[in-house]
Design a protein around this ligand. Structure first.
Ligand SMILES: [Zn+2]
Length: 326
């Protein structure tokens, strides 16, 4: 039995038909004669046969975290070493390859970027809680008029959901609202992207946030600034997206320039309209993004939603080997 599919090296590998067919075969094997609700040892890189999962969660884990490539033969799921020895293609010969692959995996898996990690975690969360309430658009209405006494020494404690770096708790919405407001206040609108954002602006922004909110030192083992930076980068992106929708789309450049919001200075606004939004490269990126969004149902794109969608589709209709995607 070919188990080369187990040597996946990342999310992209796990979206390939070989992996999908392979892990479905594994699930079928593991759960044969058992109900889907049965809890079995999960061989994903997170549970590593220590934690047990039902079929649906295991399926999810094998996609999101990936199977432990060293788990062969599948002894915890009823396979014996003997059976594998008799296999024509041979398991013994593959062991060294597997071992090599596993050490490679160890060294490559922590290289997942923060975004990739978070995207996967969110995808998993959506799978686990498909009915999870999504926040409405009314945060500004709800939290805008609220006053906070800036002389107060007491800070508002903010919690992050473990491993997800998601701000949680009853103060989460207020926190996001404030961060969004301060991003607009401190961060110049004329930056190519968040990474290139003026360091002084970022420092002042974080200082402001930490003046009101009491944040933990570490979030999921990383410095809280990393989580904060990610949070703010999204808010910055959303802010500019809203500006683009309101002041640029379907308008001439001249109209866009004159429709400047009075909270933004002429210089940065002109740059945003002429150099950034009207830039050929930017237009191209925007066009490609739109096109990809439209193709989301059929093509794996890289956006968070589409990743979630891929997983969702896979969970609901496991593909067969013939159902190959490109
Ligand atoms: Zn697992």
């Amino acid at each position: 039995m070919d188990r080369s599919w187990m040597n996946h090296k990342g999310v992209k590998d796990r979206q390939k038909p070989e992996y999908l067919a392979g892990f479905n075969e594994f699930l079928h094997f593991a759960f044969i004669g058992k109900s889907d609700g049965t809890m079995l040892k999960c061989p994903c890189l997170n549970c590593r046969l220590v934690l047990s999962q039902n079929r649906k969660n295991m399926q999810c884990h094998l996609l999101v975290y990936g199977i432990d490539p060293t788990y062969n033969p599948w002894v915890s799921h009823g396979e014996s070493i003997q059976e594998i020895d008799n296999d024509k293609e041979g398991y013994i010969g593959e062991v060294s390859d597997n071992e090599k692959a596993s050490t490679e995996h160890e060294s490559t898996s922590p290289k997942l970027t923060y975004r990739e990690k978070r995207r996967l975690e969110q995808a998993e969360l959506r799978l686990k809680f498909p009915d999870r309430k999504r926040r409405g658009p009314a945060r500004s209405k709800k939290y805008g008029p609220r006053m906070w006494n800036s002389n107060s020494k007491e800070k508002i404690k903010i919690n992050f959901m473990d491993e997800l770096c998601r701000v949680v708790g009853e103060k989460a919405n207020e926190f996001i609202y404030d961060c969004s407001k301060w991003v607009q206040e401190y961060c110049p609108v004329d930056s190519w992207n968040w990474a290139k954002m003026d360091k002084v602006a970022k420092t002042r922004l974080y200082y402001k946030i930490r003046g009101k909110y009491d944040l933990p030192e570490k979030v999921a083992g990383a410095d809280v600034t990393e989580a904060l930076s990610f949070q703010c980068s999204m808010l910055y992106k959303h802010w500019r997206f809203r500006l683009k929708e309101q002041h640029f789309r379907n308008k001439s450049v001249a109209d866009a320039i004159s429709s400047r919001p009075n909270t933004i200075d002429v210089g940065p606004w002109t740059w945003l309209v002429c150099e950034y939004w009207n830039n050929e490269k930017q237009k191209h990126i925007s066009k490609v993004n739109t096109k990809n969004k439209l193709k989301q149902t059929e093509t794996p794109a890289n956006g968070a939603r589409s990743t979630a969608r891929i997983f969702h589709d896979l969970i609901n209709a496991p593909p067969t080997p013939t159902n190959s995607r490109t």
